[in-house]
Design a protein around this ligand. Structure first.
Ligand code: PEP
Ligand code: MN
Length: 352
């Protein structure tokens, strides 16, 4: 950290800050210039509060050198985190394809969707049992009944299941059935929920808050990591901007940036990211080309009658087309699709 004093700040003001830094167990190195004084801080500056220091008399600016997060940082852990969920790896060379209905409605509907997405090459089944609906009058999910259905269908098709947990009190119930806990955009900064998920033994996929900066999102992940759960997956699902032609604005640049700043796997949700089925194929390809470790896509056999988010769901055939189009992209970024019959070789064309 660098603390820059104002021009003409009194020496006693710099001394006061030096004293505070020393009290915090860090080493202050003051550089007294002719115009102004600069204090460099040596040690783990993350224990200091930048805004608190900015409020000290005589301070002009305070600049952090380290990122505010530690456990998620790629500086702390050089190798990338690969998360193993049953027979699936997330963060390695195989692309994790999570697909299924937005909400579990009935066993037949979940079965139909699972059968189709599995056949198309998806390797993780998604489905909400606790739905975070904007309106209290919307379908809220089947609760435990929905978890039981998802578990049964996941087992039938040998697919690990991912499902959302809304409330810290429900973590023990949801982890009894699920293979991955999903924390949704609306709960990204529900700190008690993050802590409860951090105490869980199963991986957690943390969706980006719809108005969260990258830094806030990583700090939210830090809450989970700090509780001992090292298996955190980040999911870019679009942010809210002035644009209203799409449901959200999908930030594909978040993918390489998360990879640069952290060691955690990153997944993209083009369904919630765009809200428009016609845009999902291109955004899926873009996400994988940008280095995403996987995708999560809403697939419903009868979107017209879906109880949640039918307007953004892909039909199974459309999902199958997405999978086929992803195969060469995966190869181009040295990855492969799991469970897929689709084989693809990139041919080198020589221009002699
Ligand atoms: C979901 O994936 O079902 C969901 C509700 O997503 P989000 O939290 O991104 O809105
Ligand atoms: Mn949805």
């Amino acid at each position: 950290m660098i603390i820059v004093m104002k021009r003409g700040a009194h020496r006693s003001q710099a001394d006061h800050i030096i004293e505070k830094i020393t009290e915090a167990g860090l080493k202050p190195v003051p550089l007294y210039g002719t115009e102004r004084t600069v204090i460099a801080v040596i040690g783990d500056e993350r224990t200091l509060d930048i805004n608190h220091l900015k409020a000290f008399p005589g301070v002009s600016d305070v600049m952090a050198i380290l990122q505010p997060y530690k456990l998620a940082s790629s500086d702390t852990k050089k190798e990338r985190t690969i998360i193993k969920v049953k027979n699936v790896e997330i963060g390695g060379n195989t692309i994790a394809m999570m697909a299924g209905p937005c909400a579990v409605e009935t066993i037949e509907q979940t079965d139909a969707s699972a059968a189709k997405v599995k056949a198309a090459g998806a390797n993780i089944l998604r489905g909400g049992a606790f739905k975070p609906r904007t309106s209290p009058y919307g379908f809220q999910g089947l609760g435990e009944e929905g978890l039981k259905i998802l578990r049964e269908i996941g087992d039938k098709y040998e697919m690990p299941i991912i499902t959302e947990v809304l409330d810290p009190r429900d973590v023990p119930l949801v982890e009894k059935y699920a293979d991955i806990l999903q924390i949704g955009t609306r709960n990204m900064q529900n700190f008690r929920l993050l802590e409860a998920a951090g105490k869980s033994k199963i991986p957690v996929m943390l969706k980006r808050g719809m108005s969260a900066t990258i830094k806030e999102w990583i700090l939210a992940a830090e809450y989970i990591l700090q509780e001992g759960n090292q298996n955190v997956i980040l999911c870019e699902r679009g942010i809210r901007t002035f644009e209203d032609s799409t449901r959200n604005t999908i930030a594909i640049d978040a993918v390489p940036l998360i990879k640069e700043l952290t060691h955690l796997p990153v997944i993209v949700d083009p369904s919630h990211g765009t809200g428009r089925p016609s845009l999902i194929p291109a955004m899926s390809r873009a996400a994988i080309a940008a280095g995403a470790d996987g995708l999560i896509i809403d697939v419903h056999c009868d979107p017209e009658n879906a109880l949640c988010d039918g307007a953004q769901a892909l039909l199974p055939d459309q999902f199958n087309e997405v999978m086929e189009a992803l195969a060469p992209i995966a190869v181009a970024v040295n990855k492969r699709l799991a469970n897929s019959e689709i084989k693809c070789e990139l041919k080198c064309v020589q221009n002699n």
